[in-house]
Design a protein around this ligand. Structure first.
Ligand SMILES: Nc1ncnc2c1ncn2[C@@H]1O[C@H](COP(=O)(O)OP(=O)(O)OP(=O)(O)O)[C@@H](O)[C@H]1O
Length: 289
């Protein structure tokens, strides 16, 4: 997808100012910036929700999205939404095709409950699944882990990585949670003063200490036997610490391929946070992010 020289003004003042950006299918791109920087505006231009702007966008015909909260019918079930919105896109909802995703997102067992009984996190997760119903080449997600606890965010981020790797979906994701962005993105764009002020491929070629916790010792053993990412610093009953320069994406890909269950993942260096603070905000504004 290519966005070329995008300028968007509200009441004469430019929110986006001659912004150019490209991204590919299979790639996860993070978008960060302060409140009001124009992240949602940029996303709405990609999804054609905003149609008046200068510049051009190519390759955005098949885009799914979740911007702000998903629009749901509170008295209808999760399954109704998936069936109904598939129909709107001219498709028939095939539960088998989505079973794995719904199970991994802990939504499968609540599909027959009305969404008014769903928590905010569950509604967000349903919104993410709904964004896939038109078989998109790209999805655009505005703060998708809002309202989610740490564990739920992790489930969602892991599934997004899987969508990019296995379904070849390109994902643009905005968030104020830098750790979320850091966990899954291939590259990160800093939106400032209406343009991409910086781009970091900070995850690659950086030596980090990763801690991976598996559901059980069998899963850990399978991972330890197959991993070739770097040296093992520590190995416990279910957890392992490795030092590596390999992108998180590669590690998640292997976890998926082995079919093992990872229940926690941390990277020791918070490089995105430090890069962001140093470049734009000054360390005393940390609380905004
Ligand atoms: N419909 C509108 N009319 C006028 N101004 C608008 C409109 N929509 C957004 N803006 C303004 O444009 C700027 C960018 O808003 P936008 O929602 O794109 O920022 P954002 O980066 O997504 O912010 P946040 O992180 O708070 O979600 C803000 O100053 C906002 O007030």
């Amino acid at each position: 997808m290519l966005l070329n020289s995008i300028t968007k003004k509200y009441s004469g003042s430019a929110v986006l100012n001659d912004l150019t950006l490209d991204f590919n299918q299979g790639e996860i791109v993070g978008l960060i910036g302060r409140n009001g920087a124009g992240k949602s505006t940029l996303m709405k231009i990609i999804t054609q929700t905003i149609q008046t702007y200068d510049g051009s966008v190519a390759g955005n015909h098949q885009v799914g999205y979740l911007i702000e909260e998903p629009k749901l019918f509170s008295n209808k079930t999760g399954l109704f939404h998936l069936t109904y919105f598939s129909g709107i896109y001219g498709n028939t909802f095939n539960l088998n095709e989505y079973e794995g995703l719904l199970l991994n997102l802990q939504l499968f067992d609540v599909l027959n409950k009305k969404v008014k009984e769903y928590s905010l996190g569950m509604r967000q997760k349903l919104g993410i699944v709904m964004s896939l119903l038109n078989n998109p080449s790209y999805i655009v997600l505005d703060e998708p882990t809002n309202g989610m606890d740490v564990e739920t965010s992790f489930e969602v981020l892991r599934e997004l990585r899987r969508m990019a790797d296995e379904w070849n979906v390109g994902i643009l994701i905005s968030s104020h949670k830098l750790e979320d962005i850091e966990a899954i993105c291939d590259r990160v764009l800093f939106l400032e003063d209406g343009v991409i002020a910086d781009e970091q491929q900070f995850i690659k070629n950086k030596q980090r200490t990763l801690t991976l916790v598996f559901e059980n010792s069998v899963d850990l053993a399978a991972f330890a036997l197959n991993q070739h990412f770097g040296s093992v610093i520590h190995s416990g009953d279910k957890d392992i610490q490795i030092e590596t320069a390999v992108a998180n994406a590669e590690i998640f890909k292997m976890v998926n391929q082995l079919g093992v269950r990872l229940i926690d993942f941390t990277a020791e260096k918070k490089t995105l946070r430090s890069v962001y603070m140093n470049k734009f905000r000054g360390e005393y504004h940390d609380t905004q992010y």
